[in-house]
Design a binder for this molecule. Sequence first.
Ligand SMILES: [Zn+2]
Length: 146
Amino acid sequence: MTTTLPPVAKSFFTLCKKCDADRYHTVLAHTSSTAAKMKCEVCGSTKKYTLPKTQSRVGGVVKTISAKTAAARESARRSTHQSEYEHLVNKNEAAKAVSYSIKGNFEANQKLQHPKFGIGFIRAVQSDKIEVVFADEVKSLIHNRP
Ligand SMILES: [Zn+2]
């Protein structure tokens, strides 16, 4: 039985529900110490792979109960954010990133290369501001500065 997650970018043979057969899946990212996001190499569907639970199941239950704490909410927010970011990365895999500059004039859904925050995706655009989804968080940046 597997007890550790397959490494990112490696192929992993597991059941694809969409194909209804065992397929090779490319590991896209580890979403936690026991879960990974992977993509079926045949149909392209993404799925979450979770390691088979052992005695650590108790920990999982305790975590659910304490979900009301700020820390748990923060971690839930982060994992939601991470899946949004990963979704954008996959969706825009082939897109060319444009370099960020306050003098630039950007459009929604553009892939952005920021010198400090890395690759981001523009979610919303106002006349002087853009909202960009980066790997760690969503940031509001200035643009269209004359
Ligand atoms: Zn499939």
